[in-house]
Design a protein around this ligand. Structure first.
Ligand code: AMP
Length: 422
């Protein structure tokens, strides 16, 4: 072995693929039901899109971005998340003038230079939704409903929802002042990162995983006590709508999310089965981002879910039905002449939409039947020199073992009948 994939960048092999397809199909089936259309943005952007959009002093921007100069000397960054790109695209294509409310979803790889561990990689995949153009708290509830719907439709039951509101920038300014005042006397006891955060981004101390930091934070001020009347009202309504939709949640006053653009509602959906990396989905409102990117003030809300973590869970879960490679028809041939004719028949079957395979390994008839069986073929067609000389072919029903000889001219029709009778 000479080459390995770079650390933290994983292959998704055909063995893994049924789980990926299950997730991707669920996302593609559910999003349109809620009125979301797909958008695809480039895998890299000019660095400032993320630096400004996500926030200069966030972990993502400070430590985790894959940033490089391209051959033209421009600083480019592989996208660490997709909201900033989606908002850039929304403005660039002037969607604000085309539709009152843009409801979009995406699926694709993201890149963050993090320490790889179970459920955390440097290239990972997210699906997500963004709704740009409304500040209705019912839309926050719809987002949460959509995020949990995808998970439960995939068969997860043990999902929990954490909820918080981090208010508007004014609320936050007032709260941060109080928080810093509360934390200052404990400065020496905070972890090294949080000592720095006290100067640069004190909110992030709230979700520090360090035991010492979290126990200090526990007795500190809570942001929901600092919400202005509009933000308080908004949050009250979000909770009301969630109740109405029977979506239960746990209030988490320390949930602030790692990215700067969030305002008001923030949420995470998690699974108790995942261990340390338990968040499957994270999201919230970001009412200031469109304006930050030069647009008119436009409220928005969204979420992103990680596919790797979801796949890990699905692999452990029993009863998730997945489709491996399964054949409709296997066509066994016995020599060069029958192979030549067989290829034509395979082409015809494939054109009719049947998953069909032929031998490429010079296997004996016995070997070919074994192969057909292994890949779950419902019908095996056998074309030997004898059959070919009579313009006939043998069809074998793999379930019953019953064989019939049919004229080649009726081949596709007979295969179809057999498959339909399965
Ligand atoms: P975030 O954009 O950080 O809010 O992340 C949203 C979701 O993406 C998380 O809940 C995870 O499921 C997933 N995620 C984030 N970072 C990673 C990573 N490095 N590896 C795998 N999944 C990730």
């Amino acid at each position: 072995m000479k080459y390995y994939a770079p650390k933290g960048l994983n292959d998704i092999t055909p063995d893994d693929m049924p789980y990926w397809h299950a997730v991707e199909s669920e996302v593609r089936a559910t999003m349109p039901v809620y009125g979301y259309e797909e958008i695809r943005t480039p895998m890299m952007e000019k660095t400032e899109v993320f630096a400004r959009g996500v926030g200069e002093e966030t972990d993502v921007v400070e430590k985790e971005m894959y940033t490089f100069d391209d051959k033209g000397g421009r600083s480019m960054t592989l996208r660490p998340e997709n909201t900033a790109s989606v908002v850039r695209a929304y403005l660039e294509h002037k969607y604000y003038g085309k539709e009152e409310l843009s409801k979009w979803y995406y699926l694709g790889p993201m890149f963050r230079y993090e320490a790889p561990q179970k459920g955390r990689s440097r290239q990972f995949h997210q699906y997500g939704a963004e709704a740009i153009g409304s500040n209705d708290p019912a839309l926050d509830a719809e987002m949460i409903n959509l995020a949990t719907d995808i998970l439960t439709s995939l068969g997860l039951n043990e999902v929990g929802l954490s909820l918080n509101s981090i208010g508007c920038p004014d609320d936050r300014e007032e709260y941060i002042e109080e928080l810093v005042e509360y934390l200052n006397p404990f400065k020496e006891e905070l972890c090294e990162d949080c000592q720095a955060r006290l100067e640069t981004n004190p909110l992030r101390i709230l979700d520090c995983k360090n035991q010492a930091c979290s126990s200090i934070v526990e007795d500190g001020p809570e942001i929901t006590d600092y919400l202005c009347s509009e933000c308080r009202d908004h949050f009250k309504n979000v909770k009301k709508y969630l109740d109405q939709l029977n979506l239960s949640y746990t209030m988490d006053p320390n949930l602030v999310r790692g990215l700067d653009y969030y305002t008001k509602t923030v949420f995470e959906v998690f699974s108790s089965d995942l261990g340390a990396q338990d968040a499957l989905v994270g999201g919230g409102r970001y009412d200031g981002l469109v304006e930050l990117f030069g647009g008119d003030p436009t409220p928005a809300v969204g979420f992103a879910g990680g596919i790797e973590r979801l796949v890990l869970l699905l692999e452990e879960l029993e009863g998730v039905e997945l489709k491996k490679r399964e054949l409709d028809v296997y066509l066994a041939t016995l020599d060069r002449e029958t192979k030549r004719r067989g290829l034509k028949l395979v082409q015809r079957l494939r054109n009719s939409g049947f998953k069909t395979e032929i031998d490429y390994l010079e296997k004996s008839l016995q070997g070919q039947l074994g192969y057909a069986d292994r890949y779950g073929a419902d019908v095996t067609a056998i074309l030997g020199p004898q059959e070919l000389s009579e313009d006939e072919i043998t069809l074998r029903d793999m379930e019953t073992g019953e064989q019939t000889l049919v004229p080649l001219s009726d081949f596709t029709e007979k295969v179809k009948n057999l498959l339909e009778s399965e």
